[in-house]
Design a protein around this ligand. Sequence first.
Ligand SMILES: CC/C=C\C=C\CC(=O)SCCNC(=O)CCNC(=O)[C@H](O)C(C)(C)COP(=O)(O)OP(=O)(O)OC[C@H]1O[C@@H](n2cnc3c(N)ncnc32)[C@H](O)[C@@H]1OP(=O)(O)O
Length: 717
Amino acid sequence: MAQYSRVSGTVGLITLLNPPVNALSAAVRQGIVDTLDKALSDRKVKSVVICGHNGKFCGGADIREFSSPLTGPPLIPLIQGVESAAKPVVAAIDGVALGGGLELALGCHYRIAHSKARLGLPEVHLGLLPGAGGSQRLPRLIGVPAALDLITTGRHVTGAEALQLGLVDKVTDRNTVDEAVKFALSVADQPPNSRRVSTFPCPRHPDLDALFEGAMQRVRQRARGALAPVACVQAIRAAATLPYAQGMERERELMATLFTSGQARAQQYHFFAQRAVGRWSMPSGARWDTTKPGAVHKAMVIGLGTMGRGISVALVQAGVSVVAMETNEKQLMEAKQAISSMLERGAKRRGVAPALDKIRYSWNMEPAADVDLVIEAVFEDMALKKKLFQQLSALCKPGTFLCSNTSGLDVDQLASETRHPELVVGMHFFAPAHVMKLLEVVYGSRSSPQAVATAMELGKRMGKVSVAVGNCRGFVGNRMLKPYLEQAFFLLEEGTTPEFVDQVLEEFGFAMGVFRMSDLSGLDVGWRVRKADGLLNVSEGHSARIRQGCRYSPLGDLLCEQGRFGQKTGRGWYQYDKPGGRVAKPDPWLHGFLEKFRTQHGLVAHRIDHQEVLERCLYALMNEGFRILEDGIAAGPEDIDVIYVLGYSWPPHRGGPMFYAGMVGLQKVLERLEHYHQEHPDIPSLKPCNLLRKLVVNGSPPVHKWREFLKKPQSQL
Ligand SMILES: CC/C=C\C=C\CC(=O)SCCNC(=O)CCNC(=O)[C@H](O)C(C)(C)COP(=O)(O)OP(=O)(O)OC[C@H]1O[C@@H](n2cnc3c(N)ncnc32)[C@H](O)[C@@H]1OP(=O)(O)O
């Protein structure tokens, strides 16, 4: 709804009211129509201010209403009504003006914003475009290049940046509504005819063709296969080349296509999934809303390799005092330099001073006695980590939370080395840790709810989306990665090439195919883990392609034995112009090596098509996801999907692997897995999991109903 009052004698004040972000629900839109009518027909009212309740202008269309038929007044004519009002209308922008909220403000004749308000058209992240005139008004107001940037990236700008762009008329650090009312009084006698953005000509640009070509190339590269960014560019092109009415018609057509596309549904699912994972629960019944996190003012980070450095930066930027520790003095100095410059760069980007005084460095563990939380980020070696946890347990003050950044080792084993296992949790960051949005918070069988709440809350303070998951080998993300990688290796053995597998996966929407990604992260990482797991030993009398009773591909190990560790050595699944080179080129040596391998093992290469690559890689990964749900390691499909989109570059317009399984159809996923398992009975990861069968037997319910079919995980406390 919207509230109405008359203030300062002659200003009609309309307040949007729909907590928490005053989204434009049917009731709010009706409220605007009614109150605007009141203001325009009241002869005492000379100008109008539109603001939002509780310091938030408007978070845009109410996304919750997207899945049901439209009720209430549509937004386009509503904004048209605001713009064509005969009395000046001023938007008072506090907090946020996003999506439809900013489009409403663009329909107003003046915009006054708080300097810290956030403005943007983020529809592209929901698989849409600014479809209430935003794609037509914004370029007219701020020019085509700036509009292309804002609309195709969906980025928010502050009030201060908005002023520079010409998006708002004035910024203030005082009470925005008071300032807007004063402003409305000052323009009360000025007819708003010249202030209607839809009547502005689009600012000229010397080479529109080149501008749009470049923009199209960029969006296609950034989000392969995503429809929305492409449609955004097309809509802005219409604004730049057509009269307003025709541009609006083009915007409407493009929006209609997007709105009914599966991609928009997937991205909206992802939006709500990111928020749903914050409402975590544990098998004990402990929950997010009944558990108080511990206070973390001071933290220690142990091990200052790439991960430890990123974690230290993320903590400092979240306002936590950090002691960063590394035993090797030379490495400590290098880390100090790297961390300082990361903090300086970050501060420059955010327009603040770098908080260099929030971090100090140590080459010994003594400062651990005085911190609230420790994050260990040393080498992925269980013996080393166990020793560290023993030492920490003896050194730290009572109640200090002990966290490990392990990417897959057993959190229970680490906890068992301490006097207070309830204080131990995994905090699995993703590289680079100060940039990547995902944090897996891993609870062991003895982790206390408070330890989980503390790690979840700390993740949030660092700007991360934290997902609570149970303890198992690889947790959620890396556990699912294993069958995916395995299929890719098997496909090479059976006849395909790294280039073809990568091409298929990149066309699907991954930023990088599996082999390019392995080359980037280093082939030796997995090799070391397989070595520690005893997988490199061939049993007497057995084929090298069988290990621990299952089919195994030694291809990765053989490359490592040749010193081919990926980009860092200049050779891996691809060749690079030099060690550390970035541009992957097909390597004839590798193709010869694959042929030799096949001959040695009596394998006859056969033609593997696009469908088989995609299905075997992705369905094996999804199948493991169903197993994870069955085991209670993830509480729901949303947790898995958020982990994959934010941590493993799963394309957001495909929702996440579990959502995608639903899009493909669970019946089809089951049938194809059965087919591939029949062809390869020695690959257990292709055997359809019971939960998948159960869902299919129950009519393949939509993803939001899957939780009803999950066994309640047993309490381990
Ligand atoms: C013809 C077609 C016409 C018009 C089309 C218009 C297109 C649009 O306007 S699409 C919507 C565009 N807006 C957005 O994308 C903004 C989305 N929201 C956000 O980015 C953030 O929520 C935020 C507004 C910046 C606030 O962030 P934060 O303070 O971190 O809180 P959150 O936890 O994210 O959100 C709190 C709570 O609000 C719900 N919510 C937020 N925005 C919307 C929305 N637009 N519609 C419905 N609900 C919204 C969010 O889900 C949270 O709910 P919980 O139940 O508490 O999880």
